[in-house]
Every structure is written in structure tokens, then in C-alpha cells.
Write a protein that binds this ligand. Structure first.
Ligand SMILES: [Zn+2]
Length: 362
């Protein structure tokens, strides 16, 4: 199998080499898909999604799954949420009709939630959450920001309950095929050092921290702090998935995760192998956004040792790739190494530059 893969990659390499001086670039031969393969795309901007165009293009191109943001830690893209503020102009009818269209065209719709990240959250709601001390804070006590948006502090029950209620709301209202948790982790910047995290950590370890935050940041309690943070995030994954499965048994539960498990566990408290081993996820989508094919292959190979029983769906950073040949080579790696499928980031980019491969014709 490994030998075959090297041959395929070599063939792609030859094609690429020829393409430099030939006017037309031949398409590399794709390996055949496995039965039940997931061929998906992540939609990056729900507010701009045209369901009709997207679902017809995906069907024509041989894709069978789309992962669409329904809500974030700071707002809902669908209207009239009972738990989160509204953050886009899409109506309930558009969502419902869009899901119907997708199903008619053989495409599964997964409701994706950037869980801790309050992406696109209205500033009024963020200010309210900061005032209530419910956001993630850095060592200096200031709210952690990413692209100008705050994050929910994971150790707070009110935040946990908010997102459990959100998952319930989505599954009750919309006939989605799955829920996918994204940003289900601590921020990669050192976090969280809010008063609640300090109190909860001290309670958990049964003693107070003498020098906060130095002792947990880089000191005698650092290891225990990482362990505690993992337990907190584990609980979220378990409970959010459980909320979805209780309402609709058989619904697919997945997570978009950092591609390197060791770094994910240490730096973000994202122990996705543990989640898979406990059956809390049906699969993990490993965001393996790399341009170097050898590096990509080595990482996917490593992921196969972390995610057993075909629970691995490889996330491909198609937006970073400059040629169809490079994209097809990465799809071949996912197929050769036995992944359950692959998901491209993102639909928006691929549609805009007409980069979506025609898998149906391969
Ligand atoms: Zn906190």
C-alpha cells in the first residue's frame, strides 16, 4: 500500500513537472474511494452562503457533505435563538429550504459550532460577557481576543449550559445530519486565568496556588493545570455530544481538531484521541493544512495511529494549494492511508476561484 502511494505521488510530481512547460495540465489519476467515504467541504461564511448554488455545485463535483456554521460561542446564524444573539441575515426558511435542497442532492448537512470562540458575536453581547467575567482571560487578566472576538471561559457552568442549550435548539429545529464542534479547546495563547478558573483548579487539586498565575503558567503546577484543563474540555465534548444524541439518536457527532495531537493536548487541552476512544465522537476532522505533500503524508500517517477504527476524516487546506494536482495528491494520501474521508477548507474559496475538483468524473 505504501509503495503504491509513493508511485501515485511520484506520478503527480511528474505531472506537475510537465505542467510547468505544457499549456494544459493533465489531471492526476485519483485512487478509487472507499465505500461510504465522506467527501466534504467547510463553508466559511454562513451569511454569504447560497444554498442552491452550493448544493448543486457540490453534487456535480461528487461531494456528499457540507459543514456549515450554525452558531458560535457568541451568537447564532439562525434567527430567534432563545439562548444566543442573532448574527446574520439568514432566515429560518432559508436554513430549512437549504437543508432540504442539500438532502435532495445527496449532501449531508452538519451544523458546525465554533464552541468556545465567540466569532462574529455582536459587540454588545461580548461587552456583557466581559462584564459578567465569563470570557477567557490571559495571564495579565485581560480578555483573550482572536480577530477581535472574545472566547467563552470553559470552566464556567453558565457557559457550558449555554452551549448545551444551543446544541439542543439546533437539533430540535433543523433536520441536520450531524453536529460538529470546532474551537472546542482553550485558546493557543496562555489561558484561562480568570477568577473562576483559579478557584475551580484549586478546588480540584485540593490546595491553593501560591503565586498565581506564575505557578500554573510555567512553574510547579503547570502539569496539573494542563491536566485539569483537559478534563474541563473533555466534559464539554461529552455533554454537547450527549445533548445531540439524546434528542436524535444516530446523529453524527464530530469535531474539527488541531492536526498534531501532542500539541493539541499540551497547548489547547484538546485531547481528541481520548474523545474518540470513549466514543464521544464518531470521527475527528484533523485540520491538516499543509502545502508540502511529504509533510502532509507523514502527519496523516501519524493521525492514523491516534485515531483508530476509521474515525479519521482528514481536513485539507485547499485554500493554500495552488494547483488541482496538489489537491488531488492530498486526497490520494487520505484514501491510501485509509481515512474515512476528507473535508476541504473552504467551499467559499474553492467556489470563488473555481478550484473544487470534479470527483464525480474521476
Ligand atoms: Zn476561566
Amino acid at each position: 500500500m505504501r509503495h503504491c502511494l509513493r508511485l501515485t505521488i511520484a506520478a503527480v510530481g511528474v505531472v506537475l513537472g510537465i505542467a510547468g512547460c505544457a499549456p494544459l495540465q493533465p489531471t492526476p489519476r485519483l485512487l478509487p474511494p472507499r465505500a461510504g467515504e465522506i467527501r466534504g467541504v467547510w463553508v466559511s461564511d454562513t451569511a454569504r452562503l447560497n444554498w442552491d448554488d452550493a448544493t448543486s455545485l457540490l453534487r456535480r463535483s461528487g461531494f456528499n457533505a457540507m459543514y456549515v456554521n450554525f452558531a458560535t460561542g457568541g451568537g447564532a446564524f439562525y434567527p430567534d435563538s432563545g439562548v444566543l444573539p442573532h448574527i446574520s441575515g439568514m432566515s429560518a426558511r432559508e436554513f430549512e429550504h437549504g437543508i432540504q435542497l442539500a438532502h435532495k442532492r445527496g449532501i449531508a448537512v452538519h451544523a458546525k459550532l465554533p464552541v468556545m470562540f465567540m466569532l462574529r458575536s455582536p459587540s454588545r453581547f461580548q461587552r456583557k460577557m466581559i462584564a459578567a467575567n465569563r470570557v477567557m482571560r490571559g495571564p495579565n487578566g485581560k480578555p483573550v481576543l482572536q480577530a477581535g472576538y472574545t472566547w467563552l471561559c470553559p470552566s464556567q457552568k453558565a457557559n457550558h449550559d449555554l452551549m448545551v442549550a444551543c446544541v439542543r435548539e439546533i437539533v430540535k429545529r433543523y433536520p441536520v445530519d450531524g453536529v460538529q464542534f470546532d474551537y472546542i479547546r482553550f485558546n493557543e495563547q496562555p489561558a484561562c486565568f480568570c477568577a473562576n478558573c483559579r478557584r475551580s483548579f484549586e478546588q480540584w487539586q485540593g490546595k491553593s496556588v501560591k503565586h498565581w498565575p506564575d505557578d500554573v503558567l510555567d512553574g510547579p503546577s503547570t502539569r496539573r493545570f494542563i491536566e485539569w484543563k483537559q478534563l474541563i474540555v473533555n466534559q464539554w465534548v461529552h455533554d454537547l455530544g450527549d445533548a445531540a444524541r439524546t434528542l436524535r439518536p444516530g446523529i453524527t457527532v464530530s469535531a474539527a481538531v488541531f492536526h498534531d495531537l501532542d500539541r493539541a493536548r499540551e497547548e489547547m487541552a484538546q485531547n481528541w484521541r481520548y474523545w474518540l476512544e470513549h466514543g464521544w465522537l464518531d470521527y475527528a476532522c484533523t485540520m491538516t493544512y499543509m502545502t508540502d505533500l511529504r509533510e502532509f503524508e507523514a502527519r496523516v500517517h501519524q493521525q492514523e495511529t491516534w485515531a483508530r477504527h476509521r474515525q479519521l476524516v482528514v481536513g485539507i487546506g485547499s485554500w493554500k494549494l495552488g494547483s488541482q494536482a496538489a489537491l488531488l495528491a492530498q486526497i490520494n494520501v487520505a484514501r491510501e492511508l485509509g481515512a474515512a474521508g476528507f473535508v476541504l477548507f473552504s467551499y467559499d474559496d474553492a467556489a470563488e476561484r473555481e478550484f473544487l475538483p470534479n470527483l464525480a468524473a474521476q
